[in-house]
Design a protein. Structure first.
Ligand code: DON
Length: 579
């Protein structure tokens, strides 16, 4: 966000600031840094950079490169991501878009079979059809050019050590390899088969020490040549051959690899109580939808009570339902379709939309709203067909603060676990294109998020930075989880701001995802009586266990120091450098 407009939001927040909220306005004590991420080895890589005087961006990149090795099911060189950065000195924020892009050969019918019906999982996901041009490394390179301090090549040292000397396979990675094996996936691809299975064809087990020489070679090439190593030369050739290979080959070409460019954007910011919440705009729906949930929740609960209060949860569910309906309908690649970001996050629109909330009952059917009311233009509602796509769980989020108080929120992904299940250069190739709506039309109207040539699929990733009324850093958070990311992140923000929880307590709160009529809920984590109260109001609660696998990693800045949290549903940690 340009400095002036960000300051505008902060100023209006400051003027409207009430006493509510538990986040402190104290700056991080000089010298303290923290990394919260999905694997302790990745966190240590980030801390190593911070201890060497690196910036939050340096640490985030080193952390990410290790995650690409030890958590290949989630994210890496063959995928994409979004990064939001806070500059302590200027108090400015920047958003970096590293979303994958469809090849020029992609058509709206990309995921339709010969019968005109949407393809099933195997045909859509397991192969090159689903792979977009990777953009994560190019985005990290751009962020490093602007915000890095350590030499680019130095950031690769921890990942190279682990790839060369070996790392221990974690229980989560082993379980996901075994799950893929049960589906008959991964084994189809020669490189993935050789890497994830032993000579007898048995999947890797937890505790096994593994080296990844191919990934080490890729990292050395990127350390030397930057993202160019992935768009020309042997690694690029390998990517293209692997994607195009039959069966289920895609059209991704060298020209497509070179066509994707990272972008530096303004974050999408909005007021929440006494704070300013900033996230990623289109092609992610994350920032817009998190702000929608928070804005609607704030209007429904001017005086929230706490995590054991059924009215609070009812308001959260209502806010989620309304926000998801708008997100599903309107948000897509802003370079290809017009996205009413300003309208959807406009306080007047949120106030009008919040008037639909009735905490005494559950909504019958939720329709998208019409944000054109804020500008008085023609209705936007009927421009698009109503789309309600699904998604599967393979993404990672990390939050970093350096000793100078600069911060980074980075969410990165290969989309589903192990992406397209095809491997090149020691890394997984994404299946990000399945984030497009498979059906390009609904009720005779185009769907905003339909596939298209060189288009970016809509994301839900929501790397989020929260500032206090003075513009000082208050918290950083984000998560994997497909479209549920939006709810996970909003829940955690409500936890720390409204319910006076620590970051860890807020992460531990039950995940309740109200995207459709049925609410997916971690009922075993809910406070006594809340599930019964919600059911009595008509909410259809479907208990879920491991399927609500958020991976929330973040921290608050408090007068006592940094308060970090890592999601118990995954394998991460939040660790400080010490002062
Ligand atoms: O960009 C997105 O929103 C999805 N591809 C993210 C997928 C995801 O988070 C899977 N998580 N566990």
């Amino acid at each position: 966000m340009h400095r002036r407009s960000l300051l505008g939001v902060i100023l209006s927040v400051a003027l409207a600031a009430c006493a509510s909220g538990s986040l402190s306005s104290a700056p991080a004590p000089k010298g303290e840094g923290m990394v919260a991420a999905a694997d302790p080895r990745a966190v240590e890589a980030g801390l190593e950079m911070l201890r060497r005087g690196g910036t939050a961006t340096d640490a985030a990149i080193a952390t990410m490169l290790v995650l690409g090795l030890v958590e290949p099911q989630s994210a890496g060189v063959g995928g994409g991501g979004f990064l939001v950065a806070y500059d302590k000195r200027t108090r400015d924020l920047a958003a970096y878009d590293g979303r994958e892009q469809a090849p020029a050969g992609a058509t709206p019918a990309l995921f339709l079979g010969a019968d005109g019906k949407p393809l099933g999982y195997r045909d859509a996901v397991l192969g090159g059809l689903s792979t977009g041009a990777p953009s994560l490394v190019a985005m990290l390179e751009m962020a490093h050019r602007e915000n890095g301090r350590l030499p680019w090549a130095d950031l690769f040292a921890p990942a190279l050590r682990l790839a060369d000397e070996g790392f221990v396979i974690s229980p989560r990675m082993a379980a996901l390899v075994a799950g893929a094996a049960r589906l008959g996936a991964l084994k189809d691809d020669p490189e993935a088969r050789a890497y994830f299975f032993d000579a007898a064809g048995a999947p890797l087990t937890a505790g096994t020490l593994r080296t990844n020489p191919a990934y080490a070679a890729t990292l050395r090439a990127i350390a030397r040549s930057g993202a160019r190593a992935l768009t020309q030369g042997p690694i690029a050739d390998d990517i293209v051959e692997t994607v195009q290979r039959a069966p289920r080959g895609g059209t991704l070409s060298l020209a497509d690899l070179r066509a994707v460019k990272p972008r530096k954007l303004e974050p999408v910011c909005g007021a929440y109580r006494a704070y300013t919440v900033c996230g990623m705009g289109p092609p992610s729906s994350g920032g817009v939808a998190v702000l929608s949930i928070l804005g609607l929740y704030e209007r429904a609960r001017p005086a929230p009570v706490g995590a054991a209060d059924a009215d609070d949860w009812s308001a959260y569910l209502w806010a989620s339902r309304l926000a998801y309906a708008d997100r599903d309908h309107y948000v897509a690649d802003d370079q290809v379709v017009p996205v009413p970001t300003a309208g959807l996050t406009d306080p007047r629109y949120l106030t009008a939309r919040a008037s639909e909330i009735d905490l005494s009952k559950a909504p019958l059917r939720v329709q998208p709203g019409d944000p054109s009311i804020t500008v008085g233009g023609p209705s936007l509602l009927d421009r698009w067909g109503r789309d309600t796509p699904g998604d599967t769980p393979g993404t990672t989020h990390l939050s970093v603060i350096d000793g100078d108080g600069n911060a980074v929120a980075l969410t990165a992904t290969v989309e589903g676990p192990f992406g397209s299940h095809r491997m090149a250069g020691g890394f997984m190739l994404n299946n990000q294109l399945t984030d497009f709506s498979f059906a390009p039309e609904k009720n005779g109207k185009p769907v905003a998020n339909a596939p298209g040539p060189r288009k970016r699929p809509r994301s839900s990733m929501a790397p989020t930075i929260i500032l206090d009324a003075k513009g000082d850093l208050a918290a950083v958070i984000g998560s994997p989880g497909g479209s549920a990311i939006i709810g996970y992140v909003a829940k955690t923000i409500i936890g720390v701001i409204d319910w006076n929880l620590t970051m860890q307590q807020a992460i531990d709160l039950p995940n309740l995802t109200a995207r459709s009529d049925t609410v997916r809920a971690e009922t075993t984590r809910m406070a006594p009586g809340v599930e019964a109260a919600l059911t009595a109001r008509g909410w259809k609660i479907a208990p879920t266990g491991a399927t609500e696998a958020s991976g929330l990693h973040g921290f608050r800045v408090t007068p006592q120091g940094l308060d970090g949290g890592a999601d118990p549903r995954r394998e991460g940690v939040a660790r400080g450098t010490g002062r």
